[in-house]
Design a protein around this ligand. Structure first.
Ligand SMILES: [Zn+2]
Ligand SMILES: [Zn+2]
Length: 231
């Protein structure tokens, strides 16, 4: 594993104290460290900022999600039998961007791009790209995410006939070539043993808009309204 590209340089002192006994567990005084500073890994999740920390995060995130879905790392193996869903939520399009299409490697600009081409993700036609709508969308994503996940929990609980509180899960944020947020959510019916329930394995990708029109309780319309105002 290579080293952190931008370690944080800490000065001062740090003590770890047992909250129950008041016992001093360890003490670091940076003045005694080489260079007078304590170097701490930046912990950035973006490979473009710090390849080393992003790689550690990627492995940690995988182990965390895998343990939650199949058990292990202190989670009982029995959770592997619990119904689970994996949902990928992607942003809508605000105009064509330079990309490498999966189906033929081409781009809507008519050309072909190499994977390190800086044009990737940039609008094909900047004059017609709906920047304002995209900015509004990005601003509202946290609210959308919260409401959508609530609805996924409720839908999963309804399907299984359990309380929504037992449907636990994680969110894995991701970004693609477009500068738009995207996320994956793994939800698992937890805590209660659900061997009697029909295994529910659904994989699929839906856009936020489609997802919201299915489960959004009017959020889709509200967003469309806001986007309409922005445009
Ligand atoms: Zn780092
Ligand atoms: Zn292109």
């Amino acid at each position: 594993m290579s080293r952190c590209s931008h370690p944080i340089r800490l000065r001062g002192w740090q003590e770890r104290i047992d909250a129950d006994t008041g016992e001093l567990l360890s003490r670091v005084i940076t003045a005694r460290e080489p260079g007078g500073v304590l170097l701490v890994a930046c912990g950035d999740r973006r490979a473009v900022s710090c390849p080393s920390c992003a790689e550690i995060y990627r492995h940690d995130a995988f182990q965390l999600v895998a343990a939650g879905v199949r058990g292990g790392k202190g989670v009982p193996d029995a959770v592997g039998e619990h119904p689970a869903v994996m949902v990928t939520l992607t942003s809508p399009s605000f105009g064509a961007v330079h990309t490498i299409r999966d189906r033929d490697g081409g781009c809507s600009c008519g050309g072909r791009h190499l994977p390190d081409d800086e044009a990737l993700g940039a609008p094909v036609d900047p004059d017609r790209y709906r920047y304002l709508e995209q900015a509004t969308w990005n601003h509202l994503v946290p609210v959308l995410w919260k409401r959508t996940v609530q609805e996924i929990r409720r839908a999963l609980a309804r399907e299984l006939g359990v309380a929504s509180a037992v449907c636990e899960g994680v969110r894995v944020p991701a970004t693609g070539r477009r500068p738009l947020p995207r996320g994956h959510s793994a939800r698992r019916a937890g805590r209660r043993w659900l061997s009697a329930a029909e295994p529910l394995q659904r994989r699929g990708a839906r856009t936020h808009r489609q997802m919201l029109s299915r489960v959004g309780g009017g959020m889709g319309e509200r967003l469309s309204h806001l986007l309409g105002q922005a445009a």
